[in-house]
Design a protein around this ligand. Structure first.
Ligand code: HAM
Length: 454
């Protein structure tokens, strides 16, 4: 075999895997701006950042999110233990790429004894999540979430004053929702719509009683439902309410509503959440069919939609999950949180014509150096300007002035710093404003002063 004819394999063109994509400039400037905005809002509400790993024990997600959910039963990227490559892993250490962040944050809360910190503990995280879903607009297999959680270990004396605890939970729920709405507001995301619901409380059994009633009603109309809903009557009847199938809509409209079956405590808590949202000027719409696709929720659930996203229009989902930390082996702990789908948020901003404030990667100054003599001065000038935070492009080879100005223009630079024999001899540099062609001669300190003021 000669080197002249590369094998077919070697000529293969690689592409990003289906459902994944490269985020490129200038879009990444908008991604950074979104993340900076979220960070600054989180800081103003007293949240600190946590960075959990991107993979965990599969069991963690099965237990937290629920073994019957689509996420766990169909969509996780799971890897069997490999005794040859990792003999230190135990036989049951099957691991999965994280499909969401709440389970990891609860695991970390327990692992780092965060119940000993002043409560509640407020954490946020940002990063990629992985779900093997059918890719379409706004739905990817690697997607990004901006996630926030409030966790609070229950004091032993809390049970003494249930009314006070319920009122406190409602305040926390409303503040968390206010926070995510503040992020969208700062980003000027148009047509944001918040929907809320209460799905009851497992311990008080109001949810179980409702689910039993719902299942009985669903069995009566089973033949009229699609295959997915028929299956869900057994596995998770609440998810039938989520169905988007057109022919099921009139049937679902006649089903019993959870609001009519809430116990007194859940009812009081839901009413208090609504009052608290009103106090904060947060507009909401109630949606009794909002049940969410993860098992850990109780009481308050919410979703936020935005425009320009087609069928995948939820930009945020969240809710309360008291008891999840306990389910994972920790102390009795309350929890509430949300995750923003960052890919969808960016899509919606772009559809609305919102881009990053400035294409901040284009240089402010292009250094046109034109003789071997000027090269060292050009390198030093670039170093000094960059140290002052100025964006500088220094071409690696000497260029004729015309060529250099053309390239500076192409890159979107605002100024060309011209360095030739004359400038080196004089110790003054020529700064050309590219928009109008005007020029001025400046010493380096004056140049720095001038550019820093821009
Ligand atoms: P989730 O509703 O599964 O909730 O996801 C939250 C958001 O992530 C969705 O509203 C959507 O914007 C985005 N998202 C989900 N899947 C995809 C995908 N395949 N492609 C693009 N975006 C997607 C959770 O993950 C919960 N952990 C939220 C939470 C935090 N609840 C309490 N704390």
């Amino acid at each position: 075999m000669t080197d002249a004819a590369p094998k077919k394999e070697q000529r293969r063109k690689f592409q990003a895997i289906r459902g994944t994509r490269d985020l490129l400039p200038p879009d990444t400037a908008l991604w950074n701006q979104v993340e900076e905005t979220a960070r600054s809002v989180f800081a103003s509400f007293g949240f600190g950042e946590i960075r959990p790993p991107a993979f965990e024990s599969t069991d963690l997600f099965a237990r937290a999110v629920g073994g019957e959910t689509d996420i766990v039963s169909k969509e996780m990227y799971t890897f069997a233990p490999s005794p040859e490559s990792a003999p230190d892993e135990s036989a049951d250490d099957t691991i999965s790429l994280r499909p969401e962040a709440t389970a990891s944050i609860c695991r970390a809360y327990i692992e780092h004894n965060m119940q000993q910190l002043p409560q509640p503990v407020k954490l946020y995280c940002m990063g990629p999540m992985f779900r093997r879903e059918r890719p379409q607009k706004g739905r990817y297999r690697q997607f990004y979430q901006i996630d926030a959680e409030v966790l609070e270990t229950v004091r032993p004396d809390a049970a003494k004053d249930t009314a006070k605890e319920l009122a406190k939970d409602a305040v926390v729920d409303a503040e968390v929702i206010e926070m995510v709405m503040t992020i969208f507001d700062r980003l000027k995301l148009p047509s944001v719509r918040l929907e809320i619901n209460s799905i009851g409380h497992a311990a008080d059994n109001c949810r179980r009683r409702y689910v039993e009633k719902l299942r009985a009603e669903l069995l009566k109309v089973k033949d009229k439902l699609g295959a997915d809903s028929q299956r869900r009557i057994e596995t998770s009847p609440l998810r039938v309410l989520d169905s988007k199938l057109e022919h099921e809509q009139p049937i679902i409209a006649t089903l019993p509503k959870i609001a009519d079956h809430l116990c007194d405590e859940c009812k009081a808590q839901y009413a208090a959440v609504k009052r608290e949202l009103e106090l904060r000027g947060v507009f909401y719409k109630e949606n009794w069919r909002l049940v969410r696709g993860l098992d850990y929720y109780m009481r308050t659930t919410f979703e936020i939609t935005a425009q320009g996203l087609g069928s995948q229009n939820a930009v945020c989902g969240g809710g309360r999950y008291d008891g999840l930390v306990e389910l994972l082996g920790g102390p009795p702990t309350k929890g509430i949180g949300f995750a923003i789908g960052e890919d969808r948020l960016i899509l919606s901003l772009q559809e609305a014509g919102i881009s990053a404030l400035a294409t901040r990667h284009s240089p402010l100054v292009y250094i046109a150096w034109m003789c071997a003599n000027a090269y060292a001065a050009a390198v030093h000038a670039a170093k000094d300007l960059r140290a002052a935070g100025i964006r500088v492009e220094l071409p690696p080879v000497e260029q004729k002035l015309g060529k250099a100005l053309e390239r500076a223009d192409k890159l979107g630079a605002q100024y060309a710093l011209i360095l030739g024999d004359n400038e080196v001899a004089e110790g003054k540099w020529t700064l050309k404003t590219l928009a109008d062609g005007t020029q001025q001669k400046l010493t380096e300190p004056k140049l720095l002063d001038f550019l820093k003021k821009l």
